[in-house]
Design a binder for this molecule. Structure first.
Ligand SMILES: [Ca+2]
Ligand SMILES: [Ca+2]
Length: 210
């Protein structure tokens, strides 16, 4: 299971500590990062068939994640996971989700965000084939004190969704998803072939006509 705190990572020497609903937090004047892992306060699961299970792996945030599991024959892999925070300062936050790629994961991980204006945004990520890492879903605006959540809705099929971590960032450079940040290397250019050697018979023919 993951760390039991909501972590605000600080990227400046100037730091102001405060609390949100009893959760320790901090911010700088220009950068805020909120990270909620599975098992942290703010992480909630539902499953009619108790299908969520824990897997430990060093590639996961907090070295573990939750996933919808068969456990035994007949168990239906349906459930939801939700990560929720309270926005500490109004503005636009980049929201990213993290998962570890494995062969057993879903090809249809449905994430849902409702922004501060009540507008719903839906995303589908192929956790089976997309590389492990942070995937930005976009930048969304909230007012200070509004709850902001990411829902992973695994109730539409019987695949194995993975719930690892979610983060909100304000004032950072945009996140580059791992399938774009580690592109295939450019192939070596093929050298131009040497020009063909012209036969020397033509001058000889011309000479013979003179
Ligand atoms: Ca799905
Ligand atoms: Ca985790």
């Amino acid at each position: 299971m993951a760390l039991k705190i909501v972590r605000f990572l600080i990227h400046s020497s100037i730091c102001l500590a405060f609390t949100i609903g009893g959760i320790a937090a901090a911010q700088t004047g220009d950068q805020i990062e909120i990270l909620i892992d599975d098992g942290d306060p703010g992480y909630v699961e539902t499953s009619a068939d108790n299908a969520w299970a824990t897997w430990n792996n060093g590639d996961a945030i907090g070295n573990s994640y939750r996933y919808l599991s068969h456990y035994s024959e007949g168990r239906i892999r349906k459930g939801t996971a939700r990560w929720t925070t309270i926005i500490p300062e109004m503005g636009g936050y980049e929201v990213s989700v993290h998962f570890r790629q494995t062969e057993n994961r879903t090809t249809d991980a449905d994430y849902v965000i409702v922004d501060g204006n009540g507008v719903t945004h839906e995303f589908v990520i192929d956790q089976k084939h997309s590389p492990t890492g942070w995937y930005p879903l976009g930048v969304f605006n909230w007012d200070q004190g509004q709850p902001a959540s990411v829902l992973l809705d695994g109730t539409d099929d019987n695949q194995s969704d993975e719930a690892d971590a979610v983060r909100w960032r304000k004032g950072f450079s945009p996140t580059i998803p791992p399938d774009e940040s580690d592109p295939e290397p450019e192939p070596e250019p093929i050298p131009e072939p040497d020009p063909p050697v012209l036969p020397t018979i033509l001058p000889l023919l011309l000479e013979s006509k003179e």
